[in-house]
Design a protein around this ligand. Structure first.
Ligand code: SF4
Length: 506
């Protein structure tokens, strides 16, 4: 997929009684950069300051927001906002336009310290409209088009309602009203620092205890430096209080049907992370082995080359080639151009993909190419790679596309930026795809639309085997339209009806 969609945010928190938690939050946020690149921010707590909580945030990459290129500015930020506790957030906007006002954490000041809080969250609220209506009925005015504002007002409401501001009760109430995916990082004026995993457990959330403090982050790769062997996952419906020397884990809500997003393994998570006790790298390798088991072409050393779409598909393609007994024809055929945000990023998806890769003509020319990617969402990337990079510029004789996931036939309502049926390449074929495998003739038709000579997707069975978790504990809704939450199902019914009406009108 290689950049066709983005994850909705990363969160982190640190408690360092003798150090500067902000510096640790900076380090973790940088490691979580792949989860959100449109903005970053932090809130730090320091009881010795008049402003006990201070928040700094902005648009751009973590290093831009923390002003790392200017040593003096970076040093000043670290000094002004120094404190024993801090939380951080990386944003990729899936709700609302991306503007400075939407960057998290959101801080709400109050004269009472337990009511003065700041928080950030990772996910998407599926029943936001209903929650907004309820806030408006109670006289609230909403200024931004974002889930975060809605959540902030509800947290404030619950803080008023629950006894002594008990955070367990606050998040229990929230779990009863909110539908969707939401991992939360929260800090208040008393220094209480908590991370919360939603009762379905869509997104990962880990923590660790190390010398110098306690730490939590969306992904384990951000915690590797602290205690690589002592990283734990928070279970769905649990929250963790980061205290000076220990992490106190408490259940705030019953676990619902566990619904861990399979896409985390395939695309979003960093390859060095462990999710749900499994190495992302090893899962990706197994995905490649499963693809090799399904291969129906007679691939040989003379005419063929096997290449990944960088970067996430690299372990998949490598394992696929090895499993076919053809490691010597595994090559790099596409090289990513220099990374960096440009005006192109925002202007045209197609132009962005065209300028994203250089083809290696010395590898591709005259060859039958198997190109492997983790997924196809809208198909802009794959069409451009097949027709422009591999065939036109690279001189490939044939291009055969192999995909690590089953076809994505339905939108995600839980925070991944693929929101409508009409934008999805495989949505029109959904009635003719069984367990990830297109019926006879369908894969050929899809391959033609891509400009490819053949197309093969992973089977559902192969995907589940590769991940190694029970199917009943995974969210695979964008592959099956079986949404785990009530509002997910309701949203889908409405969206699908609208899609059919639109398609019928042509
Ligand atoms: S719908 Fe798809 S992308 Fe969204 S959470 Fe579920 S599995 Fe992940």
């Amino acid at each position: 997929m290689s950049g066709e969609t983005e994850e909705a945010c990363g969160i982190c928190a640190a408690s360092c009684p003798r150090g500067n938690a902000l510096f640790e939050v900076y380090k973790m946020s940088k490691e979580l950069q792949h989860r959100g690149q449109s903005g970053a921010g932090y809130t730090s707590f320091n009881p010795r300051r008049k402003m006990i909580l201070t928040t700094h945030k902005g648009l751009g990459l973590v290093n831009e927001v923390y002003q790392v290129s200017n040593t003096e500015s970076f040093g000043q930020l670290m000094e002004i906002h120094a404190g024993p506790r801090a939380i951080g957030h990386n944003r990729y906007g899936t709700s609302g336009v991306v503007s400075q006002q939407h960057v998290q954490p959101f801080e709400r000041r109050h004269g009472k310290l337990w009511k003065w809080f700041s928080f950030g969250f990772n996910g998407h609220i599926t029943n936001r409209e209903e929650l907004e209506r309820s806030l408006k009925r109670d006289g609230y005015h909403l200024m931004y088009d974002t889930d975060t504002e809605v959540m902030m007002h509800f947290i404030s409401k619950y803080l008023e309602e629950v006894k002594d501001g008990d955070m367990k009760d606050v998040f229990r109430n929230l779990s009863q009203d909110f539908d969707g995916a939401y991992n939360i990082v929260y800090i208040n004026g008393e220094g209480t620092t908590v991370v919360v995993r939603d009762p379905y457990g869509f997104k990962p959330l880990s923590y660790t205890v190390a010398e110098g403090g306690t730490y939590s982050a969306s992904e384990s790769n951000a915690l590797n430096y602290y205690n690589i062997e002592g990283i734990e996952d928070l279970s769905p419906g649990e929250m963790a209080f980061l205290e000076n020397e220990e992490v106190r884990v408490e259940r705030y809500a019953p676990q619902r049907r566990k619904s861990f997003c399979y896409f985390e393994f395939l695309y979003f998570a960093h390859v060095s992370s462990r999710l749900e006790g499994r190495s992302v790298y090893q899962v990706r390798k197994r995905v490649g082995e499963e693809l090799a088991r399904m291969e129906f072409l007679n691939i040989n050393e003379k005419e063929w080359v096997i290449i990944p779409v960088p970067n996430t598909a690299r372990p998949i393609a490598n394992a696929y080639a090895k499993a076919l007994g053809l490691p010597e024809i595994y090559e790099e055929g596409l090289i990513e151009t220099t990374k960096g945000r440009t005006f192109i990023e925002e202007s045209s998806r197609h132009l962005k993909v065209m300028t994203k890769f250089h083809p290696l003509r010395s590898v591709l020319k005259g060859k039958k190419v198997v190109v492997i990617d983790d997924s196809i969402v809208r198909s802009t990337t794959m069409k451009t790679i097949v027709n422009y990079h591999l065939k036109k510029l690279g001189g490939a004789k044939e291009v055969h596309v192999r995909i690590g996931t089953p076809p994505i036939i339905a939108p995600c309502y839980y925070g991944i930026d693929m929101k409508t049926f009409s934008e999805l390449f495989a949505a029109p074929y959904q009635d003719r795809i069984r367990e990830g495998v297109p019926e006879e003739g369908v894969a050929e038709e899809m391959a033609r639309r891509l400009g490819a000579d053949s197309l093969m997707y992973q089977s559902m069975e192969g995907l589940i085997r590769a991940i190694g978790m029970p199917r009943s504990e995974l969210c695979t809704a964008c592959l099956t339209r079986e949404y785990p939450t009530p509002w997910g199902r309701r949203t889908d019914e409405r969206a699908y009806r609208e899609y059919l009406t639109k398609s019928a009108k042509g």
